[in-house]
Design a protein. Structure first.
Length: 326
């Protein structure tokens, strides 16, 4: 690897670490706010502020012209996918401990490996498929299918929400690989923030008065359907911080996957797991149960193995190309 490529890879890793840290703060703050505000109000406030910061970065990266895109529909699909990923994950956060929800969400790299076969036409050997199966075994263990539903702390569909988030996030990342070739990171962040705002406004028009919340019993549904309220003074600053944080997340993740391949960047997203355990314990006093620890170990081991194999494969291909030149 040339010195230039090493520098670019190093920058991509630094950027994704900043993004992952901001994600952990984002999840922590949203979990704290989930008891008093509806999800779509939090998302609206966060994205309305976040898009302003994103537009400032657009000016820095080239001006309004970079918002033009030859692939508007693909960007729309990408925006919808990330909205679904975020909202299903946040709904789970209202009920699940941070570590549990985050660990289940880290099935995303496993989905990326499987989906890269039909979407990107990549070949995945039996060894990698076996490792992916081990990771999904960790997801199943965390779901505790052997337990009686009456003894579970949360309903099973809530446990599935982070898995749905992982699947839609994986699809989003595959689209990011394609769109990142022709679009700046700041422009891609603006498209996503705009999608969040539109979806939040739609939720407000349909359920912003809380008309459906009275019939809901599950905390996740109450979080989704609760009526909008004017934020307390202290919470206003939290929402502003969420907006600024959101802009950093959107920019950092898009930029990291533009600068370097997924095999280089993705393993560093796993820093989010120990951060989730840390914040969950420090702020909420939660520690994962044994099934969650086992699931974390299997998901972490399988995900890192898959991406390390991808990185090794990329290095071999690069060396072969260099030799072919000479």
């Amino acid at each position: 690897m040339s010195e230039t490529r090493q520098n670019v890879a190093g920058l991509a890793i630094a950027v994704v670490l900043v993004g992952v840290f901001c994600i952990s703060i984002n999840d922590l703050l949203i979990k704290q706010l989930s008891g008093g505000y509806p999800l779509h109000q939090i998302v609206f406030a966060r994205s309305s502020i976040g898009i302003l910061f994103s537009l400032l970065i657009v000016q820095y990266e080239g001006g309004w012209s970079i918002l033009r895109t030859p692939n508007p529909w693909l960007h729309t699909v990408r925006g919808v996918l990330i909205v679904i990923a975020n909202m299903t994950f946040f709904l789970a956060l209202a009920v699940l401990p941070l570590a549990d929800a985050t660990a289940l969400f880290f099935a995303a790299p496993l989905f990326i490996t499987l989906l890269s076969i039909p979407v990107l036409g990549e070949k995945v050997g039996p060894l990698r498929l076996g490792v992916v199966a081990v990771g999904f075994a960790g997801v199943i263990i965390m779901q505790r299918p052997w337990a009686d539903a009456g003894t579970m702390d949360v309903s099973r569909w809530v446990l599935l929400l982070p898995v749905v988030a992982a699947l839609t996030y994986a699809l989003n990342q595959l689209l990011t690989r394609k769109l990142g070739v022709s679009s700046k990171a700041s422009a891609m962040a603006v498209y996503i923030q705009a999608t969040f705002i539109l979806v939040s406004v739609a939720f407000y028009l349909l359920a912003g008065d809380g008309r459906y919340a009275q019939e809901a019993e599950n905390p996740s549904l109450v979080f989704l359907l609760r009526a909008w309220v004017w934020p307390a003074d202290a919470d206003l600053w939290v929402l502003v911080g969420l907006g600024f944080n959101s802009a950093i997340i959107g920019y950092c993740l898009s930029q990291a996957y533009r600068l370097a391949d997924a095999a280089t960047v993705a393993p560093f997203e796993y820093v989010g797991l120990p951060l989730a355990v840390f914040w969950g314990f420090v702020v909420f006093g939660d520690l994962p149960v044994i099934e969650v620890w086992i699931g974390i170990a299997l998901i972490l081991a399988s995900g890192l193995f898959v991406f390390l194999r991808e990185r090794q494969k990329a290095r071999v291909v690069a060396r072969t190309k260099i030799k072919a030149r000479y």
